[in-house]
Design a binder for this molecule. Sequence first.
Ligand code: SAM
Length: 282
Amino acid sequence: MKAKKSLGQNFLVDQNIVSRIVNSVSPTKDELVLEIGPGHGALTEMLMERAGWVVAVELDDELANELQNKFSESNLTIILADILAIDINELINKELDLHPHLKKKIRVVANLPYYISTAILTKLIASRMAIRDMTLMLQKEVAERIASPPSNKDYGILSVLAQIYSQTKILFPVKSGSFRPIPKVDSAILQLEVYAKPLAEVVDDDLLVKILQGAFSQRRKTILNSLKSVASQVHPQLLTEHIIDLLRLANITPQRRAETLNCQEFAQLTKEVYKYLEARVN
Ligand code: SAM
């Protein structure tokens, strides 16, 4: 079967890397693992040996069939679906209902299709309450962006979102020769351990995302000017002349650039904007 480029199919062929990934997860017999894009099952098989149950979501029907035939009557559920189109919480709850002895917080493992890796990560973060950790193969630059600290050129929307809710760590790089077909980019394994309590309280996830999109829309500008130029996209009720006061209320100097703000400051700004919008709408 020919690999489908359009589905981001670069299969892991290096058994040493497979073992390193599964060892860095070390699932136990009382745990449920969600694997995204199992492909030919390079990771799946080893995950099944170690975990209580594996649920694998695959979009390619040929691959899903292949796995179904290969691993019939085992501790594996294969879902033929687009991970971006399914309700992840519903899927997890269904599997946990079927296997009540498993721990409620699941492990996520994936060699992600890179063309939608950030969309998948954003979706997983939204389902974080059901997740203990995520161990993900990503394009190296994307992994670096997510794990980047503030005041760094790589720091951006995904870094803030990931780091508010989880401890992020790049575990190791993976050379392109570990895949077939060989991708044009280098890869890395990123692990995100979801915090029991986020680094900062977020009053409204969607509003935080909008503020981040606005703040990082023009990285070279001050946060004040960036937010001013896209105020109506952050919220139709947010007036440009009020942004300076909102920044001050959040203890953020308006002349700073977005990339210097840490997670707590973005969360605080979200809180101030939220209170302001509530007052304006009511
Ligand atoms: N896990 C396998 C491995 O490590 O060899 C395959 C990894 S490959 C990089 C990505 C896998 O994700 C492919 O099997 C591909 O068909 C699948 N995939 C692509 N888009 C998907 C989507 N939207 N939902 C679920 N799976 C998807």
